[in-house]
Ligand binder design. Structure first.
Ligand code: ACO
Ligand SMILES: O=CC(=O)O
Ligand code: MG
Length: 730
């Protein structure tokens, strides 16, 4: 139990109380007592409202379960099913046409299309790196990943491989030719770049030339005759051609080009939700502190790498001479959003007057809001949001009533923090089925402050399984992406967003690339996101952000959105089509493979979550492909096992046997980690028991969420280890 201090009828964990008093409040102009009195009022008002929402979730789920139970194996009549969903309030009336009126939105959200990075906020090293990922080296991203294959001498070797380097340079020149074409000839033939009369001049063997579209030239650094960097712009995104004839790469390049740097992570979500393990007051304070320091611009991380130590700091803005000779400053950092927790969880970091842990989302709204004040006011204001807004990403909401309460809570937090109404913007994660099915009504509830909608297809898949748990056995996990509901969902999200006036005002986003090492595949596949009309799509790393940025040069998202506006490409009927499979299609081997795959990823993720407090991990699957696993992917895997178990596709014995087999494999995968606690042969660690509980009791988890089990097992593990070590924060 934390040590609590009493204030305004609340019991506040000492770490949190001290953090607020000594770090967060100073400089905001808010008096401590007024702050805690406001917090107490907000908790009094919103705790019952949130509990009511959760009770409605339970009631609706029970009615859906009963509906499927009573039908047995009878085929579902879509009309009757839809009528039933309306009768229980799962579906609500769609509002008439309207446009959102959100204002004070930064261009990175309103008008610029580009990659959106996500990062676990408890990890300061990663968080600082993510904030700095606004600009990324194309040469590094190509050289260091499978974006360039390893054939024909191009292997990634321990020392620099010039053959691989040449392939990188060739691809870089191709990128320039594709998107920054010269009036004559190729960038590959350029022997020198300079600036003359506010225009880019390229020297080639056959004479001088310039850009085919001269307006793409935006500025330069250094002198006009010998620029250090040329700044170009296309589709609202900047790139730098960096020139240094003394540099190891630049010295061998005819034009002295040492790198091409791309504006990459235009926005970044600092995540307090599914990629972190934050189970108590110290964990929560670690996240709030990192957010505060990001807003103050002071976050640092001491790093040891390759035998060297250095301190990572947040980048400064980038200053250029514009084409017209004036000074031009561009942001050096990604625009940061903050993902808070959803309505489900409570936190004992604060107890209400009855001694009950309070809804964690109230704490997130208050304490990240407090951190944001340092960006909104004072001498350093505007280092994050130049428009004076805070971007809250709100996950896991089920339908419009839940969105309405989330918006009311933000309005309440604005009151406590003395902010202008609607300073706190909301991003609605469209990742629960009841939200997808009522998306327009959800947006209506948030119409004055909504800054994004986004398809979180991973949670959405988990909810697809859980909501219809009793309808029958679901198709295999890999087949989910070919189901009709998911295509309908992805299309409807874009179409409804455009219909509600998101174009030029708010983001329409798409989901995560969950294979962090498979950049070649990503380069081929993820262009589908801007082609689908998305302003942004999630990437797991800065490198992925740089490579995904290429897609926004390839696709003109504004033009694509214009083509799509005014259409609905899918129907509610398609969205509500339940992805049940036919057991006759699955051999014994299919069943075993599916089970092993889901259990292995569940165990591989949970073992680091529970033992080490690592909320997002790269876990190799059974074929050795490294996959990003977080709570949403774990929700899918555990719910899938629970569903097949419920419908007898696999037996309880099969599940128990798979748990033990896969635990040994996961132990082996982690064997090089000296701090690792194996699960086999005892099968009694908190981590193993958490995974076992999640799959065997999966049907009973609220909405199939993994949080309750993970939190309680992690808390037990923390009690059992003396130093409460959390490797995620190292
Ligand atoms: C369904 C959902 O909700 S998706 C949203 C939640 N998911 C996420 O947020 C994914 C975020 N990504 C990550 O956490 C990580 O990239 C992982 C866990 C997938 C892989 O992590 P690792 O195995 O440590 O990555 P890897 O060893 O390849 O790279 C580590 C380096 O990349 C950097 N890096 C990796 N991911 C990120 C990131 N998201 N932001 C910033 N830097 C990052 C690290 O800072 C580190 O560089 P450094 O040594 O200079 O500090
Ligand atoms: O949060 C994202 C998701 O896919 O879930
Ligand atoms: Mg999610």
């Amino acid at each position: 139990m934390p040590n609590y201090l009493e204030t305004s009828g609340l019991s506040v964990a000492e770490e949190l109380y001290t953090f607020v008093r000594e770090e967060a409040l100073p400089g905001t102009g808010i008096k401590e007592q007024a702050f805690w009195a406001g917090a107490a009022e907000l908790i009094r008002e919103f705790s019952p409202r949130i509990r009511e929402l959760l009770a409605t979730r339970d009631r609706i789920q029970q009615q859906i379960d009963e509906y499927h139970r009573s039908r047995g194996t009878e085929a579902l009549d879509p009309d009757e099913y839809e009528k039933f969903l309306r009768s229980i309030g799962y579906l609500v009336e769609e509002p008439g046409d309207f446009s959102i009126s959100t204002d004070g939105v930064d261009p990175e959200i309103a008008t610029v299309s580009g990659p959106q990075l996500v990062v676990p906020l408890l990890n300061a090293r990663f968080a600082a790196n993510a904030a700095n990922a606004r600009w990324g080296s194309l040469y590094d991203a190509l050289y260091g990943t499978d974006a360039i294959d390893q054939a024909e001498g191009r292997e990634l070797t321990s020392s620099y491989n010039p053959v691989r380097g040449a392939a990188v340079v060739a691809q870089g020149r191709q990128f320039l030719n594709d998107h920054f074409e010269l009036a004559n000839g190729s960038h590959a033939d350029v022997t020198g770049y300079r600036v003359s009369d506010g225009s880019l001049v390229a020297e080639t063997a056959s004479g001088t030339t310039g850009l085919a579209e001269p307006d793409q030239f935006a500025g330069y650094r250094g002198s006009a005759d010998l620029p250090e960097a040329l700044l170009l712009r296309h589709h609202g995104l900047h790139i730098e051609i960096q020139i240094d004839r003394q540099h190891p790469i630049g010295s061998g390049d005819p034009a002295g080009v040492k790198d091409i740097v791309l504006e990459s992570a235009i926005t970044t979500i600092m995540d307090l939700e599914d990629s972190v393990a934050a189970v108590d007051a110290p964990d929560k304070v670690a996240g709030y502190r990192n957010w505060l320091q990001l807003m103050q611009g002071t976050l640092t991380a001491d790093i040891e790498k390759g035998g060297q130590t250095f301190t990572r700091r947040l980048n400064e803005d980038r200053v250029y001479t514009a084409a017209d000779g004036s000074e031009l400053t561009l942001p050096g950092r990604s625009l940061l959003l903050i993902r808070q927790v959803g309505h489900l969880m409570t936190s004992d970091a604060v107890l209400d007057s009855a001694g009950t842990p309070v809804p964690e989302e109230i704490l997130d709204a208050l304490f990240t809001g407090l951190g944001s004040l340092h960006d909104l006011r004072g001498p350093n204001a505007g280092r994050n949001s130049r428009a004076g807004s805070v971007y809250v990403v709100k996950p896991k909401m089920h339908g419009p009533a839940e969105v309405a309460v989330a918006c009311a809570l933000l309005a309440g937090a604005e009151g406590v923090l003395g902010l202008d109404p609607r300073t706190l913007k909301i991003g609605i994660m469209d990742e629960e089925r009841r939200t997808s099915a009522n998306l327009k009504a959800c947006i209506w509830e948030a119409r004055e402050r909504v800054a994004f909608i986004n398809t979180g297809f991973l949670d959405r898949t988990g909810d697809e399984i859980h909501t219809s748990m009793l309808a029958g056995p679901m198709v295999r996990k890999a087949d989910m992406r070919n189901s009709s509901w998911i295509a309908a969902y992805e299309d409807a999200n874009v179409d409804i967003g455009l219909e509600c006036g998101f174009g030029g005002r708010a983001q329409i986003g798409k989901g995560m690339w969950a294979a962090p090492d498979n950049m070649a595949d990503m380069l081929v596949q993820k262009v589908a996101h801007p082609r689908a009309g998305a302003d942004c799509a999630w990437v797991p790393s800065p490198t992925a952000a740089t490579l995904h940025a290429i897609h926004y040069h390839e696709v003109d998202v504004d033009a694509r959105q214009s083509e799509l506006t005014g259409k609905r490409r899918s129907t509610l009927r398609q969205l509500l089509t339940i992805p049940v499979g036919d057991p006759a299609d699955w051999t014994d081997e299919d069943r075993r493979n599916e089970l092993d795959n889901n259990i292995q990823s569940t165990l591989g993720y949970i073992v680091r979550w529970v033992n080490d407090g690592v909320g997002c991990s790269k876990v190799p699957d059974l074929s050795g492909t490294a996959l990003m696993e977080d709570r949403a992917t774990c929700r899918i895997s555990s719910q899938h096992v629970a569903n097949w178990l419920m419908h007898g596709i696999v037996s309880r014995d099969d599940v128990e046997a798979s748990l033990q087999r896969m635990a040994a494999i996961v132990d082996e995968q982690n064997s090089s980690d000296p701090g690792y606690t194996p699960m086999a042969p005892g099968f009694d660690t908190e981590a193993f028991l958490a995974a076992r509980e999640l799959v065997l009791e999966g049907a009973a988890q609220p909405s199939g969420y993994t949080e309750p089990v993970l939190h309680s097992r992690r808390a037990l593990r923390k009690q059992a280890i003396p130093d409460n070590l959390t490797r995620n924060t190292l």
